[in-house]
Design a binder for this molecule. Structure first.
Ligand code: UD1
Length: 430
């Protein structure tokens, strides 16, 4: 199994191209199930989760053509991919495919809307607390579907004549359930109004793509989304938005190691709250014509408290990385996780590098230390694993991160991007 070996201590200097957002690419790919025409997505990152979803979509009858062309700007491997689902050949998403990635559960929305039925295994994915599907069940039930759990599967059935528009307010903000409701309601009869919808940029990206396909969605980006159902959707061409989590991760890495890096092909306004926290920690963050420049030369890292929240709050997907940064601050900081329970598995691994962190309920107290020392550590989930890389970049000596398949799910060419900026990072295979 591969490991990442890091020799810490080098500042980062140079340019890092930011990839297309994994969390936008996945629902966009799933939207291809809604039409018999071709949906072309540009800037799709080359990641294990994307490959896995291609297998799942293939199983439902989606024909997938990948353009091998490298994009010239920044030479990312992000690709243009054509998805065509002339006919849905199977409305079942089996356990062995769905259990590997939670987002694949989202096929339930388009399958139900287009075929009137779906049988989808209950999901797997990152081990970050219990991640139930009650909001999906309630939302789709409000659209008139019959939902039944049977043998680890959800059997969903639309009423005769198809799903019916509704007013439904989520009791809790959910990105995935908002995606699914939008996709299902796009082909429902009548108008749907979703209250307490997620406002994440990836939700907006999906809504924009669905509108390009002929859907009638408005209000995306606010907490009330209105969807006027249409009878069919067509193909479209859509560019996946930049990955704000990858952007924030590298910005935090530079704040941690010091240096001067331009993050290219991204947009500061996708992550204002996180960038503000990085500024307060002592790095300079400025917008450039093509992205964001992050600089920290001299000057220490200041302690900053953050609380994770749905967008536009501080993203839970950057919580572990920010904790990595705070381990080297000059004082005491607190990080409170409000989205997921049990999303602190990186704490004990950071402690192996010399971090001083104590947990009380959903809040971590981090006492900054002057030095971290390299050690073997283990990745536990996608975002946690990259926090260990960030800490390793600033630690004295050698850090090896095992179980890097977690990183491969969400970070395109991580070693190469960091090495190009002067870090000593390599992948070693046993
Ligand atoms: C998405 C992101 C993930 C991010 C998360 C929160 C993708 C592929 N993944 O995950 O990276 O960390 O948003 O920003 O886009 N919940 C319920 N019942 C449900 C559904 C969710 O209680 O039916 C809870 C979850 O357990 C969690 C909270 O709602 O506590 C938010 O989860 P949700 O926004 O649904 O996360 P995902 O869409 O799975």
């Amino acid at each position: 199994m591969d490991r990442i070996r890091i020799i810490g201590g080098n500042p980062l200097n140079g340019i890092i191209p930011i990839s297309g957002a994994k969390n936008a690419a996945l629902p966009l790919m799933i939207a291809s199930l809604l039409t018999s025409d071709t949906l072309t997505l540009e800037n799709v990152p080359h990641l294990a989760d994307v490959e896995q979803l291609m297998r799942i979509l293939g199983n439902h009858g989606v024909d997938i053509a990948v353009n091998g062309r490298r994009e010239s700007q920044g030479e990312t491997y992000s690709r243009t991919i054509h998805f065509t689902c002339r006919t849905v050949v199977d409305t079942t998403a089996p356990y062995d495919l769905v259990s590997k990635m939670r987002a694949s559960f989202w096929v339930i929305g388009p399958l139900l809307a287009r075929e009137g039925q779906a049988r989808v295994s209950l999901p797997g994915g990152c081990a970050i607390g219990t991640r139930p599907v009650d909001l999906f069940i309630e939302g789709l039930t409000a659209l008139g579907a019959e939902m039944e759990i049977d043998g680890g599967y959800i059997n969903a059935k639309a009423p005769k004549g198809g799903l019916v528009g509704t007013r439904y307010t989520f009791p809790k903000v959910s990105v995935g359930a908002t995606h699914v409701m939008m996709m299902a309601a796009a082909l429902a009869r009548g108008t749907t109004v979703i209250g307490n919808a997620a406002r994440e940029p990836e939700v907006v990206d999906l809504a924009n793509c669905l509108n390009a396909m002929g859907a009638k969605i408005s209000g995306h980006g606010t907490s009330t989304i209105t969807i006027e159902g249409v009878t069919s959707l067509s193909g479209a061409r859509h560019r996946v938005l930049p990955d704000r989590i990858e952007t924030g991760t590298y910005a935090m890495a530079v704040a941690m190691t010091g240096g001067d890096v331009t993050l290219e092909g991204t947009n500061a306004h996708l992550l204002d709250t996180a960038l503000e926290a990085i500024r307060r920690a002592g790095a300079e963050v400025t917008e450039t014509a093509s992205g964001i420049r992050v600089v920290r030369n001299g000057g220490g890292i200041k302690p900053v408290d953050v609380v994770t929240d749905p967008y536009p709050g501080f993203p839970t997907d950057l919580q572990a990385q920010f904790m990595g940064l705070m381990t080297r601050s000059s004082g005491v900081s607190h990080i409170t996780e409000t989205i997921f329970e049990n999303r602190f598995m990186h704490v004990q691994e950071l402690a192996r590098l010399g971090a001083r962190i104590s947990l009380s309920g959903q809040t971590a107290k981090i006492e900054g230390v002057q030095k971290l020392r390299g050690a073997p550590v283990m990745a536990t989930d996608l975002r946690a694993s990259v926090s260990l890389v960030i800490a390793g970049l600033a630690a004295e000596g050698e850090t090896t991160v095992s179980r890097v398949y977690h990183l491969d799910r969400g970070f395109e060419r991580l070693e190469e991007k960091l090495t190009n900026c002067g870090a000593t990072v390599e992948r070693v295979s046993d």
